[in-house]
Design a protein around this ligand. Structure first.
Ligand SMILES: *[C@@H]1O[C@H](CO)[C@@H](O)[C@H](O)[C@H]1NC(C)=O
Ligand SMILES: *[C@@H]1O[C@H](CO)[C@@H](O)[C@H](O)[C@H]1NC(C)=O
Ligand SMILES: *[C@@H]1O[C@H](CO)[C@@H](O)[C@H](O)[C@H]1NC(C)=O
Ligand SMILES: *[C@@H]1O[C@H](CO)[C@@H](O)[C@H](O)[C@H]1NC(C)=O
Ligand SMILES: *[C@@H]1O[C@H](CO)[C@@H](O)[C@H](O)[C@H]1NC(C)=O
Ligand SMILES: *[C@@H]1O[C@H](CO)[C@@H](O)[C@H](O)[C@H]1NC(C)=O
Length: 461
């Protein structure tokens, strides 16, 4: 109550205290009166008090919408009633905001903030366990953006009452400690544009109902333990630009409906247990730039539809059990910068067409069963440097090697190549991340033995 009286005496005049519930704050020039609903203001104090270390937050910010603002809180003036309402609470690791206290909680007083549009609590719950209580999401009709991210002690299940937040456009619960299944009720969040549950411990399957999220452009459930198949209903989400379901336990074949996603730019299904063959209907993914399938037992030959997806920038089929020879289909992929076909069972020769791809910057063919002479242009080999990797193909020999023989080459071929770039995956799909292609490796060591031989020849001539 000390806080209350300070507010009343110091800054605020209570208008008709018994019924009206409206508080007035005189503006600095003593002119117009700016008002806030008492219930809402105290609701904010309670919410901030339950989060922040600073017990004097309410005293320091008695008029958070006007005289005493705080960077993480935003308000809007409702013209009809001339009242201010809290529309945004953001508590994150920025310098401007005090950190959350060890015992931080999400207070149910949040429900006293019916105009809240954005709630973002980043790296806030790190010590004592916190869960999302069901009533919390009963009545926040204005909420559009809910981001609870990087909270290692935010645990428990995703409450199905989240589905009451029908105004939500962005829902991000990434990098918490959430477990249990994805509630199928989230399908009623029909205004959702971005849905990110990545880096949690979610189990069960992806609900088929998810296809009802017709406005979704970003779907990220990566780094969980989701099982079952990729539901065919994903094909109904026509505005999808990014799907990341990597690092789960998904099984079975991909649904051909996936090919209906005409806006899809980024598809990451890596490190699952998805099997082949991949449906030919994926030829419909005409905007696709990133196709990341590594670490799935596809166990077929390289699918031919890839050759028709001419916007592709990056293809990864590392460790997919691919068989057969490398087809010449890549010739139309003029924007391709990275092609990972390593750690498969590919046989036959390397088609020369690969060496004509004008933007190719990384070609990994290592750990296959390729044979014959590697006939790639010298300028291509020089351009790729250590990002051309053909190690561990016992039958493969390089061009310009006068004694091209499979018995000699393997002895040479483990010393002149750089190791794997640990971070080859772009984190965003918006464009090629050139910094992720082993920039630190010294080009001097990249050339093949054959280049050295070539240089030697050049010197001798
Ligand atoms: C919230 O959702 C639950 C189940 O999804 C429902 O039973 C409840 O009536 C909803 N509450 C409100 C306030 O809409
Ligand atoms: C994460 O959740 C599990 C239960 O699913 C719990 O045992 C563990 O303590 C939680 N971790 C933290 C840091 O709260
Ligand atoms: C794929 O091939 C690997 C290696 O040959 C084999 O162990 C695995 O059982 C195959 N998986 C499927 C689903 O065919
Ligand atoms: C490459 O593009 C040409 C012209 O658009 C087309 O005729 C051809 O079929 C394409 N090749 C492949 C492998 O898709
Ligand atoms: C390749 O990329 C360039 C630059 O981003 C773009 O203008 C061009 O349309 C792309 N080519 C294809 C075939 O999409
Ligand atoms: C190519 O892939 C192998 C694993 O299959 C890896 O060890 C190597 O570092 C990769 N090379 C490049 C240049 O990415």
């Amino acid at each position: 109550m000390a806080l209350m009286s300070l507010l009343l005496v110091g800054f605020l005049v209570l208008l008709s205290p018994d019924n009206n519930e409206v508080m007035c704050a005189e503006s600095e020039d003593g002119g117009s009166m700016l008002v806030m609903e008492k219930e809402e203001l105290y609701g904010l104090f309670e919410v901030m008090g339950s989060l922040l270390e600073d017990p004097t937050w309410g005293e320091m910010h008695p008029q958070p919408c006007t005289e005493t603002p705080w960077p993480g809180v935003e308000c809007e003036l409702l013209q009809e009633t001339s009242t201010f309402h809290i529309t945004k609470i953001h508590v994150g690791p920025e310098d401007t905001t005090p950190p959350c206290k060890d015992s931080a909680k999400i207070s149910e007083s949040l429900l006293k903030l019916p105009y809240l549009k954005t709630l973002s609590l980043i790296n806030c719950f790190t010590k004592s366990p916190v869960s999302l209580s069901e009533p919390l999401f009963g009545a926040l009709p204005s909420l559009e953006h809910l981001a609870l991210e990087s909270n290692p002690s935010l645990s428990g299940e995703i409450p199905s009452t989240l589905s009451n937040l029908t105004g939500l456009k962005i829902l991000c619960l990434s990098q918490n400690n959430m477990s249990g299944e994805i509630p199928k009720e989230i399908a009623s969040l029909v205004n959702l544009e971005q849905l990110d549950f990545s880096h949690n411990s979610l189990t069960g399957s992806i609900p088929e109902e998810i296809g009802m999220l017709k406005s979704l452009s970003i779907l990220d459930f990566s780094w969980n333990s989701l099982q079952g198949v990729v539901p065919s209903s994903v094909g109904e989400m026509q505005f999808l630009e990014k799907i990341d379901l990597g690092s789960n336990k998904l099984q079975g074949r991909l649904p051909q409906e996936l090919g209906k996603l005409k806006s899809l730019v980024f598809l990451d299904l890596s490190l699952n247990s998805l099997t082949g063959p991949m449906p030919e209907k994926l030829i419909g993914l005409q905007q696709l730039q990133y196709l990341i399938m590594e670490g799935n037992p596809i166990n077929t030959s390289i699918p031919s539809f890839i050759g028709a997806l001419n916007k592709l920038i990056m293809i990864s089929f590392s460790g997919c059990g691919l068989t057969g020879s490398i087809p010449t289909i890549f010739s139309n992929l003029t924007n391709l910068t990275a092609l990972y076909l390593d750690d498969n069972s590919l046989t036959g020769t390397v088609p020369q067409q690969v060496g004509t791809l004008p933007n190719l910057d990384l070609l990994n063919l290592s750990r296959n069963r390729l044979t014959g002479e590697l006939l790639l242009p010298q300028d291509f080999i020089a351009r790729l440097g250590n990002k051309l990797d053909i190690r561990e193909n016992n039958g493969l020999c390089t061009n310009r090697n006068p004694s091209c023989s499979s018995s000699l080459f393997p002895a040479d071929n483990n010393k002149t190549w750089a190791g794997r770039n640990p971070d080859m995956k772009p984190t965003l799909y918006q464009g090629p991340d050139t910094s992720s292609y082993s920039p630190g490796l010294n080009k001097k060591f990249v050339f093949f033995p054959s280049i050295h031989i070539f240089l030697l020849f050049a010197l001798l001539n």
